[in-house]
Design a binder for this molecule. Structure first.
Ligand SMILES: [Zn+2]
Length: 149
């Protein structure tokens, strides 16, 4: 019993540190690509994350750490960052061949602007993949880091 408890808390610690490591790694990649990551309430009420195209600022709502969705949120915003890089400052879709899982549909279907809907579909598609972290890192490398050393 004690052994099991100990083992599961060790596992939890291991998982937590992987999560934190991935968050830091992705944040670093974004910053190397010229984005500023700010852990503060986004200027848009109720948003977990927000990317402002013009200033290349990314807000991450501190509440996502308590909700356990910090990485998902940063991954989502990283896809938007790659979209900004791909369009050379003007956000565009990456034409990825992955679809978001069904439960995410209402999340991007609520956007009435069709262009916005496509951008969001892509961000949710990446975010909901089992290898979402690797995908986000690869997209940043592919679209944002060609000209950065
Ligand atoms: Zn989004």
């Amino acid at each position: 019993m004690l052994k099991t408890l100990l083992l599961s808390s060790l596992l939890l610690i291991a998982q937590t540190s992987t999560t934190e490591k991935q968050f830091r790694e992705l944040k670093n990649k974004l910053e190397k690509s010229g984005f500023q990551v700010i852990i503060e309430l986004p200027p848009k009420r109720g948003a977990y994350g927000l990317l402002q195209e013009g200033t290349k600022k990314i807000w991450i709502n501190p509440v996502v750490f308590d909700l356990g969705i910090a990485n998902q949120t940063l991954i989502h915003e990283s896809v938007h960052a790659a979209q900004v890089c791909a369009g050379n400052g003007k956000i565009r879709t990456l034409r990825l061949k992955i679809e978001p899982i069904n439960y995410a549909r209402p999340l991007f279907m609520r956007y009435t602007d069709v262009h916005r809907q496509d951008l969001e579909r892509e961000a949710y598609a990446v975010q909901t993949q089992p290898n979402n972290f690797e995908l986000a890192v690869n997209l940043l490398q592919k679209y944002c880091q060609q000209s950065v050393q």
